[in-house]
Design a protein. Structure first.
Length: 272
């Protein structure tokens, strides 16, 4: 399994170019009554081989941690197999994902549960404003976007940024307006918190193991897909292969869950 040669690695600059190209195509359809703030920490991508979406997402997330540690996908797969977290490369437990992350990277992994709304929405934005990655399970549609399949198409993505539509005259200290897209501002990392109630619309910049390109997904689209991960795919149940699924099933392992990764040197935000 030589992923360093058989999988396509996408360089940071190319990934950023693709992300901004896609954003420029979509930007004209966004509300012109809002100011738009882009917070993004681009990184390399990796194409998965087989059902390895969670392990590939972890590899991509690990590349965004500082100081960086060179870890191969083969090493991540091996540890996951040895610990009994996976049999085929699948990861149906966000708790196992958090434990695996802390073993293969010098990081702290925080497991969010109870859905991606409310306090968890604020935690995720705060995390992205620090330039840190979020691992999110969801149901994958044919175009890799989130959909509602009850967990039959369970997949993992790494979120590395956000596009926020801001109300009124929200102050944006230190942010630079895009030269080609007026009304779009680029935030430095780490980014200062926004005033309460400033955000009117939220999109997430995400990557997953079946494409090198970033995709822009509405936060509600991701939240709703994540919240309905409840059932194991009948197709997988009938394929005679062994999969590691927690005792409570997909609902217990993935539904309403996400994993935040931060370097060991970083402090967990107070009051969370």
């Amino acid at each position: 399994m030589k992923h360093s040669t058989s999988c396509q690695l996408c360089r940071r600059e190319k990934c950023m170019k693709w992300a901004l190209t896609g954003l420029s195509l979509l930007f004209s359809s966004f509300s012109q009554h809002l100011s738009w703030l882009l917070v993004h920490n681009p990184g390399p991508s990796l194409i998965q081989e087989g059902p390895q979406c969670g392990l590939v997402a972890l590899w991509m997330a690990g590349a965004l941690l500082h100081p960086p540690k060179a870890v191969s996908l083969e090493e991540i797969v091996q540890v996951a197999l040895e610990r009994g977290y996976t049999a085929q490369g699948e990861m149906f437990s966000a708790a196992d994902m958090a434990r695996l992350a802390e073993e293969v990277y010098p990081c702290q992994a925080e497991l969010l549960s109870g859905g991606l709304e409310g306090q968890n929405y604020r935690r995720i934005l705060q995390h992205l404003f620090s330039g840190l990655p979020v691992l999110v399970p969801y149901d994958e549609d044919s175009n890799h976007e989130p959909c509602l399949r009850r967990g039959y198409k369970a997949h993992w993505a790494v979120v590395s940024g956000a596009l926020l539509g801001l109300k009124g005259d929200t102050p944006l200290p230190g942010c630079q307006e895009d030269e080609q897209l007026p009304g779009l501002f680029h935030a430095p990392l780490p980014c200062a918190p926004l005033p309460p109630g400033a955000v009117a619309e939220t999109y997430l910049l995400s990557r997953q193991g079946k494409s090198c390109r970033h995709q822009l997904w509405s936060y509600r689209q991701v939240q709703e897909s994540n919240a309905q991960l409840t059932d194991f795919s009948p197709r997988r149940a009938a394929d005679s292969k062994v999969y590691i699924v927690p005792a409570g099933g997909v609902r217990e392992g993935l539904c309403g869950k996400a994993v935040l990764l931060r370097p060991l040197s970083a402090q967990k935000p107070s009051g969370t």
